[in-house]
Design a protein around this ligand. Structure first.
Ligand code: NAP
Length: 498
């Protein structure tokens, strides 16, 4: 398989660029279902060709994961932790190259790609540590002579299906806890961003992750997907992506009753109250909206601003938005990169057209950027109605719709009027309101006076149709563990005779 010359000259270590799938410790260049191109969203040009594995080749990766399972699980937690620690160290050492690969296939600005690599690495470091803290429980049983012993055991062979918007972090947030727990994993990265996944696999191999413990399969979702969801070998599926695909994977996995973690779509509301600190709220809203060019599941999709500060807030936000620098992720000072593909551009344009058609006004941007292609001008819309399409569907682009509100009860109702429940944000200096509104918001995560909520220590995940389970935090490893209860008769008989 090939890459286009020059695109990757920026890499210090060119051997990190892998264009072969990684199965059972071997690099597979021949896809039995052909190959597919990876393009650079900034130019639209193909930069690499990656194999499309057949169903049989994917099944081989699952067989390898099953073969590797016993040996990996038999290592002590400390030994697994050491391997993960080496993977973390290598990820840090090669952070700059990983960031460049992300920019080239995903499009985000280099500074954001570096931040993503640091975020991705933090999960490997965290779960290298958490591996050693898995522990069971022991209780007195109802009979004095017995004990209830609860062990925590690895779930077994796991698969991860991951999206293109955070091509490194969405993998390490799954693979690190899985491996820490003693599971093996087969990862299917998004077809738009396989190169980051393969570079991570290369580093895992160098770190000493044994063959079969972590494989990366590339291929067409409709061919790869059913093998992953249908195989009885697979005991767990962990998916990050759209709610629509998540539902389908859950349905398919039901036939073999797989354990499932789902990180799905969002429609995050931001509530800015009259008593908010306006500069803090402006910073927070811009961070929550324009990170990753708006292509983030926890990105602000709709911003509700209370009447008393609406005009001042809208003006400040529009000025800052208009000054954001749009360009290719490798250019100096760029803050907004291209969108992932033409369909993304069309969706954003459709949401803006629907809003302006209904009476919303454009305060900044409003359409495709002067650079053309997949570059979209960061946009602010004012006087958006709470019923418009842009407030109901995930826009996944750099558009900030401002909805005016007067009453706290109304805005909480509007915020919750969605099938999604991933993130929500509120800006206020009133402590009582903070508790009241945070409690009322139907979301798995609530940012309070901040637009940045993701880190490895916090439990990340959604409620309603935004998902099942949590990633990161002390709870993230629980997704890859199962309880086994031992009813131990006689274990309590060591007490001295009465
Ligand atoms: P997507 O279309 O759902 O795709 C996600 C992954 O699923 C890709 O690897 C894709 O493969 C694969 N896939 C698609 N159809 C499949 C099928 N029938 N069987 C098996 N695999 C299948 O989502 P996306 O466009 O990549 O990502 C954007 C979405 O992810 C947004 O909705 C966003 O909110 C969500 N997201 C959620 C979180 C979270 O933590 N909750 C984080 C990031 C993103 P191909 O690429 O080969 O089609």
């Amino acid at each position: 398989m090939t890459t286009t010359a020059n695109d990757f000259d920026v890499l210090d270590d060119p051997t990190l660029l892998r264009t072969a799938a990684y199965v059972d410790g071997a690099w597979i260049t021949d896809g039995e279902s052909g190959s597919f191109a990876v393009d650079n969203p900034a130019t639209g040009r193909a930069i690499a060709e990656v194999p499309a594995l057949s169903a049989d080749q994917v099944a081989e990766a699952l067989d390898a994961a099953e073969r590797a399972q016993a040996g990996w699980r038999a290592l002590s937690a400390k030994e697994r932790s050491k391997v993960l620690r080496r993977w973390f160290d290598l990820t840090e050492t090669h952070a700059d190259d990983l960031a460049h690969i992300i920019v080239l296939e995903q499009g985000k600005p280099l500074a954001e790609a570096r931040a993503e690599v640091a975020y991705a690495a933090s999960f490997i470091e965290w779960f290298a540590e958490e591996a050693k803290r898995v522990r069971g429980e022991i209780f007195d049983s109802p009979k004095a002579s017995g004990r209830v012993v609860v062990l925590q055991e690895p779930v077994g062979v796991c698969v991860a299906v991951t999206p293109w918007n955070f091509p490194a972090a969405m993998i390490t947030r799954k693979a690190a806890p899985a491996l820490a727990a003693g599971c093996t994993m087969v990862v299917k990265p998004a077809s738009q961003t396989p190169l980051t996944a393969l570079a991570l696999a290369e580093l895992a191999e160098r770190a000493g992750v044994p063959a079969g413990v972590l494989s990366v399969v590339t291929g067409k979702a409709r061919e790869v997907g059913p093998v992953l969801t249908g195989s009885p070998i697979v005991r767990k599926i962990s998916f990050t992506g759209s709610t629509e695909v998540g539902r389908q994977l859950l349905q398919e996995s039901a036939l073999t009753v797989k354990n499932a973690s789902m990180e799905l779509g969002g429609n995050a509301p931001i509530l800015v109250f009259d008593d908010a600190d306006i500069p803090t709220a402006v910073d927070g809203v811009l961070a929550a909206k324009f990170r990753n060019s708006g292509e983030s599941c926890i990105g602000a999709n709709r911003v509700y601003v209370q009447n008393g500060i609406y005009d001042e807030f809208a003006k400040a936000v529009a000025e800052r938005t208009a000054s954001l620098v749009v360009g290719s992720g490798l250019e100096d000072g760029v803050q907004i990169g291209p969108l992932i593909d033409e369909a993304a551009v069309e969706k954003v344009a459709e949401h803006i057209a629907d809003a302006t058609g209904g009476g919303a006004t454009v305060l900044a941007g409003g359409g495709v950027h002067d650079r053309g292609g997949r570059f979209f001008a960061p946009t602010v819309l004012a006087e958006v109605a709470p019923t418009m399409l842009i407030t109901r569907e995930e826009t996944f682009g750099p558009v900030l719709p401002l909805v005016r509100f007067e009453d706290e009860a109304d805005v909480v109702r509007w915020a919750n009027d969605t099938e999604f429940g991933l993130a929500a944000y509120l800006f206020t200096k009133d402590a009582e309101r903070t508790w009241r509104v945070a409690a009322a918001l139907e979301a798995g995560m609530v940012g309070i006076n901040t637009g940045l909520i993701s880190n490895e220590i916090a439990p990340f995940g959604g409620i309603k149709q935004s998902g099942l389970g949590r990633e990161g935090s002390v709870h993230g490893i629980e997704e890859y563990l199962e309880m086994k209860y031992l009813a131990w008769e006689g274990a309590g008989t060591t007490q001295p005779d009465a």
